[in-house]
Design a protein around this ligand. Structure first.
Ligand code: 5GP
Ligand code: MG
Length: 178
């Protein structure tokens, strides 16, 4: 399918399934080389990363663990406070080698918050892996260590990424028509 419609917007094919899988395979090799004897714990950030983490961890040969979390934000007692918390993290991360697995890093606000919250658990090491990275938009200092595919500043859907709930099941990645 070259063109699709989700809600009120139309999208065109951007990255084919086979190219996504090739990029993940390459990334998997790097992570394999860096972590093979470290029993890392991959932490997928829900919802968007569920397909990526499933394919990424199957490139890893050796012991590893997998977990998921979700970020929640709520307005604190002062109206200006935007407090972020982690939901669903049950594992003890102290002294573990942790790899955060994201679907996409855009401005970096989300990953900055996550990085800070997970750092408090005192992991032995903490790195970030993402399927898609928008380097021209990224504004933060946290290194994005493992990137499968660099993209521009377009809105993308498919392979886990949604537009208002739809599109996560698409095998390919699509870009919004301008
Ligand atoms: P950031 O905090 O880095 O600006 O954005 C992170 C979140 O914004 C992502 O986890 C994702 O939910 C959403 N996002 C950013 N860019 C895109 C995009 O191109 N497509 C979709 N579907 N979501 C995006
Ligand atoms: Mg996300």
């Amino acid at each position: 399918m070259q063109n699709i419609k989700l809600h009120d917007k139309s999208f065109e094919l951007f990255l084919a399934e086979k190219d996504i899988h090739l990029a993940i395979k390459e990334l998997g090799k790097k992570i394999q080389a860096d972590y093979k004897d470290l029993n890392p714990i991959f932490i997928g950030v829900l919802n968007g990363s569920f397909l990526f983490i499933a394919d990424l961890i199957r490139q890893f040969e050796g012991n590893c663990e997998v977990s998921f979390l979700r970020m929640s934000s709520y307005i604190g007692t002062k109206s200006s406070e935007n407090i972020k918390t982690l939901i669903g993290l049950n594992e003890n991360l102290k002294d573990r080698h942790v790899i955060i697995v994201e679907d996409i890093v855009d401005t970096g606000n989300t990953i900055e918050n996550l990085f800070e919250l997970i750092s408090k658990e005192e992991p032995a090491s903490l790195k970030v892996s993402t399927l898609l990275f928008k380097p021209d938009v990224y504004k933060k200092d946290i290194p994005i260590d493992y990137v499968a595919i660099n993209v521009g500043n377009e809105f993308l859907v498919g392979y886990g990424l949604d537009y208002d709930g739809l599109g996560r099941n698409l095998k390919d990645i699509y870009v919004i028509n301008s």
